[in-house]
Design a protein. Structure first.
Lengths: 248, 261
């Protein structure tokens, strides 16, 4: 037993401010005069428990709105849990919404620098890592071209390369393994395999049960913020599928 | 130090990189580069001098220099505030979705305009020398006054950036308020003109923290005297309070941001 991630009794509530989307100052005045009550409290996660062993890969599965993304954001440290605790050993790099965080007018090199600094790298590390990123991503000749000249596949490759080069202890992936062409996809899988052999840990979120069965050592099925299944990926995915089939 | 300022300090190199990026983006593909930043106050200076010195005859000695000493810090305030106020909305790709710290989003436009301000100061000094203005030891106070202005802009920008996420039209109100505030700050006129012609308005104008700050810049960069410490002190307290309110609001609502963007 050598856990890299230990999630114990985690709960997260969102107290939604009782404000309609795209509200105006008029709404504010009306709400204040009527003394509108505070917004509803939504339980995004309820008593979630799971452990991820070092060097293993965990798949999170569930329907939209089941709390997968909230769980990933808590693992990444973007959100704080209201109950329970999350222990993560080592550094974390999240790869969410791959390649969408790049500004189109910036060059690939500038984007990579900013991304690395946002991941917490020091300036010296940035200078050391930049050449590796462009070698791995195979977009080196476009390093000084603006991102708007990149194809979708190229910016994804760049983003993936950044996360892999930072070499975190825990990698969080959100629906991203379908990146690039076949040869690059294979390269990604090799990199991820190598990553795991070095005792690093991966958590992946996907709707695609077959990927979880293929890659993961364990799986967590979230339903309405609670754990509906946990353990062997085949049985968890089978249970998830049978429920989905029943409802449709 | 609380979490908000710790995060800003921790990501200082990210901020540095983003400010640099903003400056580069602004000047990339433009022939005149930094000259554009100067062109704006210089154009203002020309037009306003025409109106206020020749047509309205306000009788302010060396009016072009007086105007520059007020309008250059004003531009930092106005542009930094309006850009900072939309920064969380503009950064919706990052906020709450990536590790990108959203505190940084507000700081970047505020500092970018601060750099433009700092780069413009030498030009005011050069123009002042041409106009035979006297500069004194009070020049050493420039960084302190600039710091107070920075706190004020950052505080207000954080407040409006947070409110803007929930109430989108606050930004339009802000635009009007900024224009109104420009005329409630002694940029086109002097404090003594107010005391002379409308003494009953003087206490109201003194409530505007920008009066103290802009007045201090005018003392340093135009009159060559020490700034009025009472006005500046009031501005410093106001700036500090607004910054504290801003970071409190931000911390209070930050986890709701991504739901509303």
């Amino acid at each position: 037993m050598n856990p890299a991630i230990q999630v114990t009794g985690v709960g997260k509530r969102f107290k939604l401010p009782n404000i309609p989307k795209n509200a105006t100052v008029k709404d504010f005045v009306i709400r204040t005069i009527r003394r509108a009550p505070g917004g509803p409290v939504v339980d995004a996660l309820k008593d979630v428990n799971f452990t991820v062993e070092r060097g293993s890969m965990l798949g999170l599965i569930g329907r939209n709105g089941s709390g997968k993304t909230t769980m990933m954001r808590i693992l990444a440290g973007i959100l704080q849990p209201d109950d329970g605790k999350v222990e993560v050993v080592g550094t974390v790099a999240p790869l969410f919404a791959l390649g969408t965080g790049f500004h189109p007018d910036l060059t690939g090199r500038e984007s990579a620098r900013i991304e690395l600094l946002a991941l917490g790298a020091s300036r010296a590390e940035v200078d050391r890592l930049l050449p590796r990123i462009f070698t791995f991503s195979e977009v080196g000749e476009f390093a000084d071209a603006p991102i708007r000249a990149y194809s979708a596949g190229m910016s994804m490759r760049l983003a993936f390369s950044i996360a892999m080069t930072v070499d975190p202890d825990v990698l969080l992936l959100d629906e991203v393994l379908a990146v690039g062409d076949e040869s690059f996809a294979r390269k990604c899988l090799t990199a991820i395999e190598d990553f795991r052999h070095r005792g690093k840990t991966i958590v992946i979120v996907t709707h695609d049960g077959s990927k979880i069965e293929e890659w993961c050592d364990s799986a967590v099925w979230l339903d309405a913020g609670a754990v509906a299944g946990y353990g062997d990926p085949h049985s968890v995915v089978a249970a998830y599928r049978s429920l989905s089939a029943e409802e449709t | 130090m609380n979490q908000y300022f710790k995060t800003i300090y921790r990501y200082r190199w990210l901020i540095y990189e983003l400010v640099l990026r903003n400056l580069r983006l602004r000047y990339r593909g433009s022939l005149l580069g930094f000259t554009w930043t100067l062109a704006n106050p210089l154009l203002f200076m020309g037009v306003y001098t025409l109106v206020f010195s020749f047509i309205l005859k306000n009788g302010i000695h060396n009016f072009p220099l007086y105007l520059l000493a007020g309008i250059v810090p004003w531009n930092w305030f106005a542009t930094g505030l309006t850009q900072g106020a939309t920064s969380i909305l503009d950064g919706r790709l990052y906020v709450g979705k990536t590790l990108f710290p959203s505190e940084v989003l507000v700081v970047v436009p505020v500092l970018t305009n601060g750099v433009n301000f700092a780069l413009s100061v030498p030009f005011i000094l050069i123009i002042g020398l041409f106009m035979h203005a006297h500069f004194g030891w009070s020049l050493l106070m420039l960084p302190a006054v600039a710091l107070i202005l920075l706190m004020l802009v950052q505080g207000l920008a954080t407040i409006f950036a947070t409110i803007n996420v929930f109430y989108r039209d606050v930004n339009e109100l802000l635009t009007y308020a900024v224009t109104a505030l420009m005329f409630l700050t002694p940029i086109f006129y002097t404090k003594s003109l107010v005391e002379q012609h409308a003494p009953q308005l003087a206490p109201i104008l003194a409530l505007n923290p920008l009066s103290g700050i802009v007045g201090a810049f005018q003392s340093i960069l135009y009159a060559g005297t020490m700034p009025d410490m009472k006005g500046l002190g009031f501005a410093a307290v106001a700036a500090f309070v607004l910054l504290a309110v801003g970071q409190w609001l931000f911390e209070r609502y930050r986890e709701s941001f991504s739901e509303f963007l």
